[in-house]
Design a protein around this ligand. Structure first.
Ligand SMILES: Nc1ncnc2c1ncn2[C@@H]1O[C@H](COP(=O)(O)OP(=O)(O)O)[C@@H](O)[C@H]1O
Ligand SMILES: [Mg+2]
Length: 310
């Protein structure tokens, strides 16, 4: 399948600041790609270059095979966009907004269908300024869909929303993918990226510090899987010299890092032989959030060099 988006050595400077600093990635058609990073990482700058709204300083960018800057008109017919902090005229209703958008871009949208898609039918005739944050974002999604787009660019569509509203937006994003559309989703919510994205790029200070599927990133940058016991530190003291595995004790818990899954059996036998009482045990595995926090922390300490994909 063709690639929806291709970015090679993208750089965007604002004066002395390299907001995007040699970024490369590919988004395959029909997949959800999440651009994950803290505030100021360079997410919006990258999205807006892909949308043809800002001009790259250098590097190569293609969306649907088009150059977003020189072929913006052709691109805009085929992509949908929700800008960060999406706003609209206060007095317009969702239904009117969709009709207005359609006329602006020369489409004939079906407002009722679009509002149903984003579960906003009951607000079809409510003024924009009376909508909740989640309802405004749903309207943004409906507007982004008026032209039946091949790529949807969603810049932090769930920031600031309550958990129910976020889940409603997630459902729409899943349906976009099931319809074969490509989705470029920026977020600073780790769990959102982990749940929705086929591939994730973690961006920090304008550089990609990890890229892949969530399990790939966890495998490459996470700590090994661990066995965790609710037990006194005496258990750690017993295990440490006997196992040849990293053992730690804190907060009433003892954790043993497994070199391989088969180590689990050795650990359990040693725990049984120790005679130290324990209350419960569980396996513990790093989440994307654990990895993210560690990578960003290491980069801020200067102990990690950014590994731009080439
Ligand atoms: N128009 C601009 N002029 C100068 N600096 C900018 C401009 N837009 C963004 N920046 C800076 O570029 C960096 C990246 O910003 P942005 O792409 O908005 O990050 P994100 O969306 O990840 O929060 C930030 O340091 C921001 O202050
Ligand atoms: Mg942003």
């Amino acid at each position: 399948m063709a690639d929806a988006i291709e970015v090679r050595h993208l750089v965007k400077r604002y004066g002395n600041l390299a907001a995007v600093d040699d970024v490369s990635f590919t988004v395959r058609a029909g997949t959800v790609f999440s651009f994950l990073g803290p505030n100021g990482a360079g997410k919006t700058t990258t999205v807006e270059i892909l949308e043809g709204l800002r001009r790259a300083t250098s590097g190569e960018v293609r969306a649907l095979g088009l150059d977003p800057w020189t072929e913006a008109a052709a691109l805009h017919r085929r992509v949908g966009v929700i800008p960060q902090d999406f706003r609209f005229f206060e007095k317009i209703t969702p239904r009117e907004a969709i009709e207005y958008y359609g006329s602006l871009f020369g489409h004939r949208p079906h407002p009722d269908e679009l509002l149903a898609r984003v579960q906003l039918e009951d607000k079809a005739h409510s003024r924009f300024d009376t909508l909740s944050g989640g309802q405004k974002q749903k309207l943004g999604l409906a507007l982004a869909l008026t032209n039946d787009p091949e790529i949807c660019f969603l810049d932090e569509p769930t920031t600031g929303l309550d958990p129910t509203a976020r889940r409603a937006i997630w459902d729409v994003i899943r349906s976009l993918k099931s319809e074969g559309r490509s989705v470029f989703l920026t977020t600073h919510y780790l769990e959102e990226a982990e749940l929705l994205a086929d591939r994730v790029a973690i961006i920090h200070h304008g550089r990609i510090i990890a890229e892949g599927t969530p399990p790939e990133i966890i495998a490459a940058h996470g700590r090994p899987e661990r066995l965790r016991f609710a037990a006194a530190p005496a258990l750690a003291d017993y295990l440490r010299p006997r196992l040849g595995l990293a053992v730690s004790a804190a907060d009433g818990r003892v954790e043993v890092e497994l070199g391989a899954p088969s180590d689990a059996l050795r650990v359990l036998s040693a725990v049984a032989a120790s005679g130290v009482p324990w209350a419960s045990f569980a396996t513990a595995q790093d989440t994307l959030e654990d990895v993210f926090v560690r990578l960003v922390g290491q980069m801020d300490d200067g102990t990690l060099k950014a590994e731009g994909t080439t």
